[in-house]
Design a protein around this ligand. Structure first.
Ligand SMILES: Cc1cc2nc3c(=O)[nH]c(=O)nc-3n(C[C@H](O)[C@H](O)[C@H](O)COP(=O)(O)O)c2cc1C
Length: 196
C-alpha cells in the first residue's frame, strides 16, 4: 500500500483537492491529509460549503484519511524517518511555493515538502496561478532543481472531455502517473478515436 501525504493550501482549485482526497484511498493509498485555514476558506467559497474545520470537510466527503493539524510539527509526517512514498501539494498557493523554495517550514505542509526534497522522495506541486511573475517562475525553477515536479492545473483537451469532472480527472490522472498509481482516469493518446 502506498503512503501519500496531501497538503491543501489556499489557492483556487478546491475541486482538485476534493478529487484527490476521494481517489487516493479509492486507489489503495494510505492518505495523510493537511489543510491550511486559508485552504478551508477557499473550499467553502468554491464548493459552496460552510465547514468550520477540516474534519467536517473530510467526513462530508466520506473518504478515509488521517488528518493532521497544519501547525502540528509533532505529526509523524513531519519527520523524514516516517516513510512516505509521495507528497502532493494541491492546490499550491504561490505563498507556499515561495516559502518551500526558501526552505521555510512555517507549517506542516511546508515542513513535509522540505522533508520530501531532503529525503529525495517524490514531491508533486500542483499550481493554478496565472499569469506568473518572475518570482513565481524562479521559485518553481528552484523547486524543480531540488527534485519537485511542478504541475500546472491545466487539463488537456485531446481526449474530448465532456464534463468538468473529466477535466478534473485528467489532472488527477496526470498526478497519479507521476506518483506511479495505476488508474483509468483519462483516455491516453493512442487510446482516443482521433489518435493516428
Ligand atoms: C477565492 C480565493 C482564491 C485564491 N486563489 C489563489 C491562487 O490561485 N493562488 C494563490 O497563490 N493564492 C490564492 N489566494 C490567496 C491565498 O489564499 C493566500 O495567499 C493565502 O495566504 C495562502 O495561504 P496558505 O498557503 O497558507 O494556504 C486566493 C484567495 C482566495 C480568497
Amino acid at each position: 500500500m502506498k503512503r501519500v501525504f496531501l497538503g491543501v493550501t489556499g489557492a483556487s482549485g478546491a475541486v482538485y483537492a476534493k478529487d484527490l482526497i476521494e481517489k487516493l484511498p479509492a486507489h489503495g493509498c494510505e492518505l495523510h491529509l493537511c489543510i491550511t485555514p486559508d485552504a478551508l476558506t477557499n473550499i467553502n467559497l468554491e464548493l459552496q460549503k460552510n465547514y468550520t474545520a477540516q474534519e467536517e470537510f473530510l467526513s462530508d466527503i466520506g473518504a478515509k484519511a488521517t488528518l493532521h493539524d497544519y501547525k502540528n510539527f509533532a505529526a509523524p509526517v513531519s519527520s523524514g524517518s516516517f516513510m512516505v512514498d509521495s507528497y502532493i501539494i494541491a492546490p499550491a498557493s504561490m505563498g507556499f511555493i515561495g516559502r518551500a523554495a526558501g526552505g521555510i517550514s512555517s507549517n506542516l505542509i511546508e515542513r513535509c515538502a522540505d522533508v520530501a526534497m531532503k529525503e529525495r522522495r517524490k514531491l508533486v506541486i500542483l499550481f493554478r496561478e496565472m499569469p506568473l511573475n518572475l518570482i513565481h517562475l524562479e521559485n518553481m525553477a528552484l523547486l524543480t532543481r531540488a527534485g519537485a515536479v511542478i504541475m500546472p492545473a491545466a487539463p488537456a483537451f485531446y481526449h474530448n472531455p465532456a464534463s468538468i469532472n473529466e477535466l478534473i480527472s485528467f489532472v488527477t490522472g496526470k498526478i497519479f502517473d507521476i506518483i506511479e498509481i495505476e488508474h483509468n482516469l483519462y483516455k491516453r493518446w493512442g487510446e482516443t478515436p482521433q489518435s493516428v
